[in-house]
Design a protein around this ligand. Structure first.
Ligand SMILES: C[S@@+](CC[C@H](N)C(=O)[O-])C[C@H]1O[C@@H](n2cnc3c(N)ncnc32)[C@H](O)[C@@H]1O
Length: 344
């Protein structure tokens, strides 16, 4: 079957990388049929849809996922919509929504929504009604590059979650906290699965731990500053995460009773977050020495660093190798580099 994902356009590489990582760790085989700005079309095995709801729930850089029912050139859209057996799909109330992904289409979206809605109405049982507020079946149409994709929505990603959990809305706030969306994306890039253990050795206000906790990971956080430890615990409790351990420790000397499945972290940049008077490069180098022993053999680490840090230098002589990188421009003088590391 074919599914379409409406990807966030806020970053050129992160949304696709996140989808790939999550499908991979959930064991879903896929083939990328098409990739255009903001739209990804995948072919997945027929038996996969049951697993898709868990996948959709954990994504952060995707807006919506739908199963493709019709794929045609735009001019043939209404004709094909008339021929489609809608009574197999629409069993109770429904809505049709159209999204133009570029300026090429000549369609007026609200007129097209109305026209498609009427065609469907003529092809289903007479008691079935349109419900624009909360339909049981949501028909999504996407117009892009002269083509139309029509499908049934499988799920959408809640913007509200990422908005409600913004760092300044949590009980404990400290400048330099990471956005929940990026934190979730970084967690996903490590390919961690539900029930596995994730470590953030520079946990600050606990934003990464919260996102990992929400997708069902057990979380361990440490920070050298006791104020942050207390604050992280307060934030985790506020977000309903109970399976956590957070304690005060120096990442350079960290030891744990057993290995973790993933590490996600955002160490100090030497600007806003305290490095306790130490140069970032040395802090990173020493921390990597202890962290490489704490990660399981096939585990991944996802790390946010400033562009000016020599990450290759930091990793030299360690068991880590960079497998992918994404650059996020924060402002004129800072680009964040998100790196996924594997153990060699
Ligand atoms: C950039 S902040 C982390 C922000 C976090 N991602 C958040 O969303 O709040 C870096 C944190 O590293 C901590 N830190 C600095 N040196 C450390 C060390 N040697 N070991 C552990 N934590 C350290 C700081 O106290 C700070 O809370």
């Amino acid at each position: 079957m074919e599914i379409a994902l409406l990807l966030s356009k806020e970053h050129p590489t992160l949304p696709l990388a996140e989808v790939r990582a999550v499908l991979e760790c959930e064991g879903i085989k896929y083939y990328i049929k098409e990739k255009q700005e903001g739209l990804l079309i995948l072919e997945i095995p027929l038996e996969s849809p049951e697993n898709m709801s868990g996948i959709i729930k954990r994504l952060s850089f995707t807006h919506e996922v739908f199963q493709i029912l019709i794929e045609v050139d735009e001019e043939q859209l209404l004709g094909k919509t008339k021929e489609y057996p809608w009574d197999n799909i629409v069993k109770s109330d429904y809505a049709v929504r159209v999204k133009k992904m570029d300026k090429k289409s000549h369609f007026n979206t609200s007129k097209l929504e109305w026209e498609m809605g009427s065609i469907i109405k003529d092809n289903v049982a007479s008691e079935i009604r349109v419900n624009l507020e909360n339909p049981s079946t949501f028909i999504r149409t996407v117009l892009i590059n002269g083509k139309a994709f029509v499908g049934q929505r499988m799920g959408q990603i809640s913007k509200k979650h990422f908005f409600d959990l913004k760092p300044h809305k949590r009980p404990f706030f400290y400048p330099g906290s990471m956005s929940p969306k990026l934190a979730r994306g970084m967690v996903n890039l490590t390919r961690i699965r539900m029930g596995e253990t994730l470590l953030d050795p520079f946990c600050g206000t606990g934003g990464i731990l919260i996102e990992a906790g929400i997708i069902g990971a057990r979380v361990i956080g440490t920070d050298i500053d006791y104020k942050m430890v207390k604050g992280s615990i307060e934030n985790l409790q506020h977000c309903g995460i109970h399976d956590y351990q957070v304690f005060q420790e120096d990442a350079r000397k960290l030891e744990l009773p057993s290995k973790v499945d993933a590490i996600v972290t955002d160490p100090p940049y030497g600007i806003s977050a305290s490095t306790r008077g130490e140069k970032s490069q040395d802090l990173y180098q020493q921390s990597m020495q202890s962290l490489q022993e704490l990660l399981k053999e096939d585990g991944h680490m996802c790390l946010a660093t400033p562009h000016y840090l020599d990450l290759d230098g930091v990793l030299e002589g360690t068991k880590f190798k960079i497998i992918e990188q994404h650059h996020i421009r924060m402002h004129k003088s800072l680009t964040r580099v998100i790196s996924v590391l594997a153990k060699i």
